[in-house]
Design a protein around this ligand. Structure first.
Ligand code: COA
Length: 161
């Protein structure tokens, strides 16, 4: 049976840090579904369609990466997909407490799905989507942090606003 993992997140937008985690996960699992949270408590800059489109473009050279959207409980979605694992990236100690709580709660709700933490390259430790959005909003260059087409999308977005 294929070993399937879910990599959930808001991906507003996808960054090189996320991509680093996806690449590592794809080496460990047969299939990795990058799952975009539809109903985030956050108000995303990009619609779910835009986020999915950017991720699809970013992972097009990784044959075992898929992209999907989910809503509701993560573990329910993971179960429905037949996943054995949830992937989360750990960038710094500051991520730990929140991730630890989430992983334990997910395990409490559904014991069959294991959270696997992967560390992106240390050059992405300081990276998150809001800092990229902030830089783009202020017209700074974000080419070191996101793929070219994402940088372009960010530019277009802030030109309109
Ligand atoms: N590189 C760069 N940035 C990264 C990163 C990486 N490897 N990993 C995470 N980040 C950033 C994200 O870009 C995001 O940045 P932002 O807040 O500045 O926009 C931030 O870290 C948070 O990560 P993200 O994964 O997008 O969202 P989240 O931590 O809020 O988690 C879910 C989202 C989907 C995992 C969680 O909300 C969930 O499971 N929701 C479903 C409902 C549910 O089941 N709840 C019960 C949980 S116990």
């Amino acid at each position: 049976m294929k070993k399937l993992a879910i990599y959930p997140g808001t991906f507003d937008p996808i960054t090189f840090g996320h991509l680093d985690v996806i690449q590592r996960a794809c080496e460990l699992f047969d299939v990795v579904i990058v799952a975009v949270l539809e109903n985030a408590a956050k108000t995303p800059l990009f619609s779910k369609e835009e986020r999915v489109e950017m991720i699809k473009e970013a992972v097009k050279s990784i044959p075992n990466a898929e992209v999907d959207v989910f809503d509701g409980l993560l573990v329910e979605y993971a179960k429905q997909k037949g996943a054995i694992a949830i992937i989360r990236g750990l960038r710094a100690v500051s991520d730990f407490e929140y991730e630890f709580q989430m992983a334990l709660m997910n395990r409490k709700i559904s014991d069959g799905i294991t959270t696997v933490f992967l560390m992106p390259h240390e050059k992405y430790t300081y990276l998150n989507s809001s800092i990229v959005r902030e830089l783009a909003r202020l017209n700074a260059n974000v080419d070191d942090f996101v793929p070219e087409f994402v940088a372009k999308k960010l530019k277009e977005k802030f030109k309109k606003n």
